[in-house]
Design a protein. Sequence first.
Length: 267
Amino acid sequence: MATLVSLSYNNPPIRTSASLHTLSSSFKGYVGNLKANPCRMFPLKLQLKTARPVGRSFVVVSQASSASESNGRFRLDNLGPQPGSRKNRKRKGRGIAAGQGNSCGFGMRGQKSRSGPGIMRGFEGGQMPLYRRVPKLRGIAGGMSAGLPKYIPVNLDVIAAAFKDGEEVSLETLKEKRLINPSGRERRLPLKILGEGELSAKLNIKARAFSAAAKEKLEAAGCTLTVLPGKKKWVKPSVAKNLARADEYFAKKRAAAAAAESEQASA
């Protein structure tokens, strides 16, 4: 830190500099055998500067202390990256002396040294790879999509406890009554009615699918069943046209077969 000494002075301020040197000793001998011993003390240089234009006073500043303080401060002329944080890029194909000049780090020969896409991830040279050697679990535990649920199941006993005669049972009404609370992937799944429990009320049930036991019990109770259509898979227009023609063709064949059976029965 700079050392400030304020002195009052009547004359105008004068800029002077003085340096203090080490005291000379009375050495007697050959001077060439002496080695330089740098002194750790900075030479003190005094400069006279005006502190304020109002009063006639001058300030003595030590350049050694101010230089050590200014070196630790960030300024526009000493900003730069940390040592070792910036490295020159590796120059490949610029001669053997560059370190990566001959084969550019890809070796002599082989599939990995050729240009192109290289090899797939997990490839082990043709032998059975690890991800095929390890045993797998069935269903969702093994990561197979076959084990994922395709419906939101609801049993008949749950419906019988919350609905009365003439009411409609659907995915929306079940959510309103807080009977189901699907989250995540289940929010996009349709409803399926299962046959566990008994039902005596006559309801209007709308679902994507019904189990065989549930369908039998609901029809016996006099309920109205509505099978909601599923989401159609997108196909090309040409494929859709061929499917429509196939449906029309088989519909005509079924109608002709039914007419032939009716004629044989009447005969």
